[in-house]
Design a protein. Structure first.
Length: 204
């Protein structure tokens, strides 16, 4: 009677070696593919001199920074009826870039035959833009004295704050000049000739 072969009845061994090998190959292939992107970037920048932009963080080409915004500034002037002056802006409109300083001038002329002191009151329209109109130099900061017949160009330097509301595209700067009665009276009193009594000579 033939002797049975013990290996014939043994259960077949799982082919773990083949499966593990396939898994390993897949992992290596994935890692190689993933590394192609930085390798391609390095090759372009180092070998060919081509710099690739990171599209994930690059800002859109059409996006405008606040410094690129332009607005229109209009200038206006009014003289109170009691002030014998001519007063007007030398230019009525200007295109300005926000965040930069600009200068304009106002024309003033004393139409009377005596010195007059005037004070200017500024205003900005629309009202919501007033806090964003910054005057760095202005004739409105102090009272202005014009001698009889005198003419003067008075400067204004200003900056439009970049935080100006987006819906505001035009800002109007207006001035109203009033007569400063107190300072005008004092000035004329100082300029008046000294009075002398009859028969009394003026002091030398």
């Amino acid at each position: 009677m033939p002797t049975p072969d013990p290996q014939a009845n043994a259960a077949p061994k799982p082919k773990t070696f083949g499966i593990g090998k396939l898994v390993g190959i897949s992992v290596v292939a994935f890692a190689f593919t993933f590394s192609l992107v930085p390798l391609y970037r390095i090759a372009c920048e180092k070998v060919f001199g081509i710099r690739l932009e990171n599209s994930a963080v690059a800002a859109p080409a059409t996006a405008a920074t606040p410094a690129e915004r332009w607005v229109t500034v209009e200038f206006d002037a009014t003289v109170n009826s009691r002030l014998p002056w001519s007063f007007r802006p030398n230019e009525t409109r200007m295109r300005v870039r926000v965040g930069e300083q600009y200068e304009t001038t106002y024309y003033a002329h004393n139409d009377s035959t005596s010195p007059v002191v005037g004070s200017a009151t500024p205003s900005v329209a629309p009202a919501r833009a007033s806090g964003f109109f910054q005057k760095t130099e202005c004739f409105c900061f102090t009272a202005q004295t014009l001698q009889a017949g005198e003419t003067r160009d008075m400067p204004v330097r200003f900056i439009i704050d970049p935080s100006l509301p987006a819906e505001v595209n035009t800002v109007t700067l207006s001035y109203t000049f009033f007569k400063n009665d107190v300072l005008t009276s004092r000035l004329n009193a100082q300029a008046a000739p000294a009075r002398t009594l009859p028969g009394v000579a003026a002091a030398p």
